[in-house]
Ligand binder design. Structure first.
Ligand code: DGT
Ligand code: CA
Ligand code: CA
Ligand code: ZN
Length: 583
């Protein structure tokens, strides 16, 4: 096990002990140790092999032994026993907002609550309100939290769905009876949140392919299995996946149909009718009635040919939302969408100087390995104290470290450069750092981390930040966390207008929880000439991969290479950064 996996187990032990009512010092020791491991700058395996765990503050003998066992064997009997001693439903309770181990334990001890279902029953009977330390208000808050969870239980962030779909698609591709296959549905359209995953396959042997699909490793349970389709639940989050099987001659039509969106399909069907044709998932037919008769089918081997038949340029899946793609495809005005390989770097990222997991040198090495041209280090400013934000003095020290590294790259003949910067907090009355200091940095990202409840107030703060010459871009401009937290109240149109007027860029934050500015807003922003920056907001090396996710969402927002600042090579980027400051 690596340090993050071990940290997760320690975190779980702490929680289980809390549920059992153990001594708070003991439970806290586990939580703290988990945090410590996460912050380590060297591999845990090495620390264990060199018996250096004891040198780490807060890791006593008992913890050392458990960590060593986990690292070397990947298992820990202690946690397995602990898990078995706690009703599994109690852990489920902790997923409810506002319900911690202490309250869960009390509900269990006093009311026998051992699952979300039995908690709802207790609430409905008014027994939770009657419990000491709870009351009416807390009872109705619990019911709200249950409703909130249910609403999101069947929806999933795109990143998780992509990860679940990839091995299945790969397996289908390998199968000898599969002729063509693809993902379809909202996943292929790159929606930020999806209901279920859809696959389309063409084959001469539907039964063999369906058998193979429902028996794949990673399939938790089979919900339905018919002659031409099957639905399953996958391991992990329990995402549902649907597979449709068609003849190869029907493949292009099925793929287009099951890619959707419903709104897009409706217009496609109307266009067919207007041409005296009939369109459905099996074909485009010379017919006025519903049919699947191959003799009437107009041959289309690809989606491209289908769009041609209906008088349209090929519409990339990301744009199939009936958001203006038909007018553009009719007149050859669809944009040439950005490709993720066109990105040259990311302008919003963190390091160990604030809440990132990797040292700047490690980050730079990784960026160079990936062939990127630049990477900005924009750690938090001091107001984000929980994220170990930087005050002016530490920021200046960081600038020295980056200058040293850049000198080294130059000496080595590498064209790669780190950019200095900060993610400065937008506070109630201005930015968290002085303009003079900001002016010394290559890149300034301004973010609203503690919004007000008032739309006018948040809008004003963002507009003021955009009005500052030192600020290049607004970070994660809505503050939303998909399926967890709504956007703060803000008049986005006014903010976009202010960015247009001041030459301020807007981030498309590629973190799978954020993906904002939302794709629905980019057509407007683009029409106003506002540039986008697709940023990783990386807190660890694995986050570099978000660039591909973010670019997909940028495509969904109709953005081209020219609309996205971080496709510029370094020298042109520097000019663009300087332009904002010139006013
Ligand atoms: P999701 O799964 O809720 O994130 O969204 P989708 O778009 O993947 O929807 P899903 O899985 O129910 O169906 C996949 C596609 O199949 C959908 O995008 C369009 C097509 N489709 C499904 N039902 C209908 C329908 O009743 N009418 C039309 N025109 N298309 C449909
Ligand atoms: Ca779907
Ligand atoms: Ca579906
Ligand atoms: Zn941030």
């Amino acid at each position: 096990m690596d340090k993050d996996q071990v940290a997760a187990v320690l975190e779980e032990i702490g929680t289980l002990l809390e549920l059992k009512g153990e001594n708070p010092f003991k439970t806290r020791a586990y939580h703290n140790a988990a945090r410590t491991l996460e912050g380590l700058n060297e591999p845990l395996e090495r620390l264990v092999a060199e018996e250096r765990l004891s040198g780490i503050k807060g890791i006593g003998d008992a913890l050392q032994e458990k960590i060593t066992t986990l690292v070397t064997t990947g298992r820990l009997p202690y946690v397995e026993e602990l898990r078995a001693s706690v009703p599994p439903g109690l852990l489920e309770l902790l997923q409810l907002q506002g319900l911690g181990p202490k309250k869960a334990r009390k509900l269990h001890a006093e009311l026998g609550v051992d699952s979300v279902a039995s908690l709802v029953v207790a609430c409905q009977a008014g027994r939770v309100a009657a419990l000491e330390g709870f009351g009416e208000k807390s009872q109705s808050r619990i019911l709200e939290a249950v409703a909130f969870r249910a609403q999101f239980a069947s929806r999933h962030r795109l990143m998780a769905a992509l990860a679940a779909a990839e091995p299945i698609l790969a397996a289908l591709r390998e199968h000898p009876d599969v002729v063509q296959c693809s993902t379809a549905g909202s996943l292929r359209r790159w929606k930020e949140v999806i209901g279920d995953i859809d696959f389309v396959v063409s084959t001469r042997r539907p039964a063999a392919v369906l058998d193979f699909f429902v028996g794949l490793p990673g399939v938790r349970s089979v919900l339905a299995r018919g002659e031409t389709k099957a639905s399953v639940t996958l391991d992990g989050e329990g995402i549902q996946a649907d597979l449709r099987v068609v003849d190869d001659a029907e493949y292009a039509f099925a793929l287009a149909y099951f890619t959707g969106s419903k709104e897009h399909n409706i217009v496609m069907r109307q266009r067919a009718i207007a041409r005296g044709l009939r369109l459905n998932e099996y074909g485009l037919f010379r017919a006025k009635e519903e049919t699947r008769d191959p003799a009437l089918r107009i041959d289309c081997r690809t989606e491209d040919e289908l769009y041609k038949q209906l008088g349209l340029d090929y519409v990339p899946p990301e744009l199939r939302e009936d958001h203006g793609e038909f007018a553009a495809a009719e007149t050859h005005h669809l944009p040439r969408l950005i490709e993720w390989t066109e990105l040259k770097g990311s302008l919003h990222n963190h390091s160990t100087w604030s809440d990132g997991r990797n040292a700047i040198a490690e980050i730079a090495a990784h960026a160079q390995e990936l062939g990127l041209a630049y990477w900005a280090i924009t750690d938090h400013s001091r107001a984000s104290f929980q994220a170990n934000g930087l005050d002016p003095q530490r920021l200046r020290e960081q600038l020295k470290e980056i200058a040293d590294l850049n000198r080294r790259f130059a000496d080595e003949g590498s064209a790669f450069r780190l950019l200095t910067g900060v993610e400065v907090d937008i506070l109630k009355d201005g930015l968290d750092l002085e303009d003079d200091l900001l002016a010394e940095l290559d890149v300034v990202v301004a973010s609203l981390h503690v919004p007000s409840g008032e739309e006018a107030e948040n809008t004003r703060r963002l507009i003021d930040a955009a009005g500052n010459r030192q600020v290049h871009l607004l970070g994660h401009p809505t503050g939303r966390l998909l399926l967890e937290r709504d956007a703060y109240k803000v008049n986005l149109q006014a903010v976009i207008d202010a960015c247009a007027a001041t030459g301020t860029w807007i981030e498309l934050n590629a973190n799978p929880y954020r993906l904002d500015l939302d794709w629905r807003q980019w057509q407007y922003a683009r029409s106003k000439g506002v540039k986008c920056v697709v940023n990783c907001d990386a807190h660890r090396l694995e986050h570099f991969g978000f660039l591909r996710l973010g670019t997909g969402v940028a495509r969904k927002g109709w953005l081209t290479r020219d609309d996205v600042i971080n496709t510029l090579p370094l020298e042109r980027l520097r000019k663009a950064l300087a332009a904002k400051r010139a006013g």
